[in-house]
Design a binder for this molecule. Structure first.
Ligand code: ZN
Length: 77
């Protein structure tokens, strides 16, 4: 599992919709990847803000933006 795949699973993880096996792989990756741990915290905060301000799911544009920011941080295409 690489960081890119982890990022794609993050919203599902926070929404609690990951399967048991995916969740295990996700959490195993987080224990050895500071970048993804930090990113998850940012995403969690963002989603919490979105939920409290509008009671709506995170907009697709915002999710895309977060993914882009993460790619820049990671230096991956
Ligand atoms: Zn990672």
């Amino acid at each position: 599992v690489n960081c890119r795949q982890i990022v794609e699973l993050m919203t599902d993880y926070l929404e609690g919709t990951l399967s048991e096996s995916d969740r295990r792989r996700f959490e195993a990756h987080l224990t050895r990847c500071d970048g993804c741990t930090e990113y998850l915290e940012q995403l969690r905060t963002t989603m919490k803000l979105a939920a409290t301000s509008a009671d709506q799911p995170i907009p697709a544009e915002l999710e895309a933006e977060l993914t882009r920011v993460f790619r820049d941080w990671k230096g991956q295409p």
